[in-house]
Write a protein that binds this ligand. Structure first.
Ligand code: KIV
Length: 264
């Protein structure tokens, strides 16, 4: 049986310049397939609100939903590191974040993910000090879709780019173990990945990050809307397992993402 991936595995991979892979999963069967395909990390994403529940955003997802799906993923006992999203408004202060992160850790997550920058740094420090590892998420943070006025690429103006970079440094200093960068220009994501010691996972952020993540339904070509950064790995694959493996291989050998998947 493959050895369980931990944050130190990912730190070593970053130091060695080896790319790693994250795929979302929400149940035991797909968690097993993702793990067997060789993805180092599984994200129990609040994207489940869209791909499982049929909402048009992640905002309706509850902590109970996330607990249920985290437990299901954890039952597959994957060797992959399991990260679970704290949903909308479940971490608006450190005390609330602590209570809800505890629920996800007790459901089987090994790390929690939260969307936000500087304003989150005290919360990140409080969780990390008490033994809860944190993955931060910057750029197009889907829980803020209403504030952004839609799902738009972030960080294109010098002011926005500067603010995302400052947020990234701040969350690392606060103790975050990982950072997800979503839908930002490839050059900015590459600069942030080079500047930070912690591993950076990109989605729609070009090829210069330390890892890539995709929503499983997107990479399997099951979603009705395919954003520019998504490749359908089911095309040309005989079955789901081959498609998941093709994604893992393409990230590791650098053939995904290509320029056509990136933003400037
Ligand atoms: O919820 C999710 O699946 C995510 C990824 C898009 C990074 O946050």
């Amino acid at each position: 049986m493959a050895k369980k991936v931990t944050i130190s595995t990912l730190d070593k991979m970053k130091a060695a310049g080896e790319k790693f892979v994250c795929i979302t999963a929400y149940d035991a069967t797909f968690a097993r397939l993702v793990s067997e395909a060789g993805a180092e990390t599984i994200l129990v994403g609040d994207s489940l609100g869209m791909v499982l529940q049929g909402h048009d955003s992640t905002i309706p997802v509850t902590i109970q939903d996330m607990e249920y799906h985290t437990r299901s993923v954890n039952r597959a006992a994957p060797h992959s590191l399991v990260i679970a999203d704290l949903p909308f408004m479940t971490y608006s202060d450190s005390t609330q974040a602590m209570t809800n992160a505890t629920r996800l850790m007790q459901a089987g997550a090994q790390m929690v993910k939260m969307e936000g920058g500087v304003w989150l740094s005290d919360t990140i420090s409080a969780l990390v000090e008490r033994g809860i590892p944190v993955c931060a998420h910057l750029g197009l943070t889907p829980q803020s879709v209403n504030a952004f006025g839609g799902y738009r690429v972030q960080g294109r103006t010098p002011k926005e780019a500067k603010s995302i970079l400052a947020d990234a440094v701040e969350i690392q200093d606060a103790g975050a173990s990982l950072l997800v960068l979503e839908c930002i220009p490839a050059e900015l994501a590459s600069d942030i990945s080079a500047k930070l010691d912690i591993p950076v996972i990109g989605i729609g952020a070009g090829a210069g990050t330390d890892a890539q993540v995709l929503v499983m339904h997107d990479l399997l070509g099951l979603s009705d809307h395919q954003p520019r950064f998504v490749e359908n790995f089911m095309a040309g694959a005989g079955n789901v397992q081959d498609a998941l493996k093709a994604f893992v291989t393409s990230v590791k050998d650098g053939s995904y993402p290509r320029e056509e998947h990136s933003y400037t």
